[in-house]
Design a protein around this ligand. Structure first.
Ligand code: ATP
Ligand code: MN
Length: 480
């Protein structure tokens, strides 16, 4: 007999028919003649209730069933007596697929802390919170691919192992097959990277942008969606050592087209989730309210989760220049009362997360796009403005997260690009292929990078980036 997925079964009207469900036991309640088992198979946040009548099922079988055990249940779909679900299953036969010893199984039907669940990341998929997050994560991935597909973009897989440091974006992980104890040495006693697998130093990519630009210079509009790696030793709630990034790159787009695309994309994905993940979002919304219950008002989220998402859809993002942002910050009460950890004094300072969040949460009260940053705090490839001081960068700042997107119009003028590389000490010889795009048929073009887990934080209302990816990689943590 075919298995019925619980998600579809719970919507079914076919009471009286025979069904079979398989899943993991969430809870078991027992009274004199009857027991109730809440069974979940991961297809939905909702459990199906299994009614066990001791006239039909032997009681000693039931004694072996505990939270965490896996079952195959055949029975009759009946109208639910209790509240909540429409239907439940009156068991005719129960097969225990795998037992779970209650003295050893770490997940009990109670609230576990997120910290504890991180230590048992191999089992946390079986909790409501992590199954909801991972289903939403999948739907977001799908929505992103659908958005770009509808727009005619081509998805490119850029390399994971590279020889270039795209932008000095952070510390890199070396990739090597050399023996660390006994590496081949050059005459001067240094490690001889020429003898390494690729005949040169290689590392895990920090961004697919440079290769993405190459592809856009022939395909027009492309995007990458791949893993990126940064060995930054910063233990924050917004940084992972391995994270996923969406990087579109578009020929013939200027900075304004770039901003329009980023805003449209964020809204598209958020709308998709609101329309297609209501059960999971509602669950996460309740979770957040519960979690914040004990907190003082000013530490709580100002919006309910879905309200917050709708708010993003309904409002145009504010668009300001760095210089305008600087003035707002410098003249703010926060700054005058010296409440920022990093005081805002001189034009040219690099905005910290506290400043980004001030702009978004206190001043504009909606997402903000900041453009035209001082060239000294941005990458070499960003197009220089006429003022010679600022570049055509654009960062999108979100409430609770700070920077979620970093992008720019790229410098397409070969001479200016070379000048910037020289100024910033970027090696030109290694990047001859990048410079070739400016030598042959160069066109204005733009792109951005969206950190997927940062977006996940926003959509799920979770507060730690370790909880929105299945197996987080952070300093001193690669267990699973
Ligand atoms: P931040 O200042 O927050 O470290 P960044 O300036 O290093 O960010 P970019 O190099 O512009 O970030 O990368 C593009 C996007 O990738 C960022 O906007 C952010 O969403 C995401 N991102 C960057 N670093 C990380 C990380 N370590 N973990 C998760 N996401 C990240
Ligand atoms: Mn960084």
């Amino acid at each position: 007999m075919k298995r019925n997925r619980i998600k579809e079964l719970l919507k079914s009207d076919a009471t009286g028919s025979e069904v079979r469900v398989m899943g993991w036991v969430r809870t078991k309640r027992q009274s004199k003649n009857v027991a109730f088992i809440a069974l979940n198979d991961g297809s939905t946040i909702n459990n199906v209730q299994i009614v066990v009548d001791f006239a039909k099922i032997q009681e000693d079988l039931l004694q072996k069933i505990h939270t965490g055990a896996s079952l195959s249940v055949t029975g009759e779909l009946i109208e639910s007596q209790g509240s909540g679900q429409k239907v439940e299953v009156l068991a005719k036969e129960i097969i225990i697929l795998g037992e779970a010893d209650p003295d050893e199984y770490p997940l009990q039907p109670k609230r576990h802390s997120l910290e504890f669940l991180r230590e048992i990341a191999h089992l946390r998929f079986r909790t409501n919170t992590f199954s909801a997050i991972n289903r939403i994560r999948h739907q977001m991935i799908f929505a992103i691919h659908r958005f770009f597909t509808e727009k005619g973009f081509v998805n490119i897989h850029t390399p994971i192992i590279t020889a270039s440091d795209a932008e000095g974006a952070g510390e890199m992980f070396r990739v090597t097959t050399l023996d660390p104890k006994n590496p081949p040495l050059t005459e001067t006693g240094e490690v001889d990277w020429k003898a390494d697998f690729f005949g040169r130093k290689t590392n895990l990519t920090v961004s697919g942008q440079l290769e993405g630009e190459l592809a856009a210079m022939g395909l027009g509009e492309i995007y990458t969606f791949g893993p990126t790696f940064r060995a930054e030793n910063s233990n924050t709630s917004r940084h992972l050592a391995e994270f996923w990034m969406i990087e579109p790159e578009m020929a013939f787009y200027d900075i304004h087209d770039n901003m329009d695309l980023a805003e449209e994309m964020l809204k598209y994905v958020i709308r998709y989730i609101l329309e297609n993940a209501d059960d999971d979002l509602s669950f996460l919304s309740q979770r957040l309210i519960f979690e914040e219950k004990g907190l003082p008002q000013d530490k709580r989220s100002p919006f309910e989760l879905k309200e917050k998402l709708r708010f993003v859809l309904e409002n145009d993002f504010a668009r300001i220049t760095y210089t305008e942002a600087f003035d707002i910050l410098r003249n703010s009460k926060m700054n005058k009362k010296k409440r920022f950890q990093f005081p805002v004094q001189e034009w040219g300072f690099d905005m910290q997360s506290e400043h980004e969040r001030y702009l978004v949460e206190k001043h504009f009260k909606k997402p903000v796009i900041v453009t035209d940053y001082p060239k000294d705090i941005k990458s070499f490839y960003m197009k220089l403005n006429e003022d010679g001081k600022t570049v055509r960068a654009m960062d999108i700042l979100f409430p609770q997260i700070g920077e979620i997107v970093g992008g720019s119009q790229r410098e397409e003028n070969l001479e200016l690009l070379i000048r910037r590389m020289d100024e910033m000490g970027v090696p030109k010889e290694e990047m001859w292929w990048y410079l070739d795009t400016r030598k042959f048929g160069s066109v204005p073009h733009s792109g951005f990078g969206l950190g997927f887990e940062r977006l996940m934080l926003f959509v799920t209302g979770m507060k730690n980036i370790r909880d929105v990816i299945a197996f987080p990689r952070t300093p001193k943590n690669a267990e699973f």
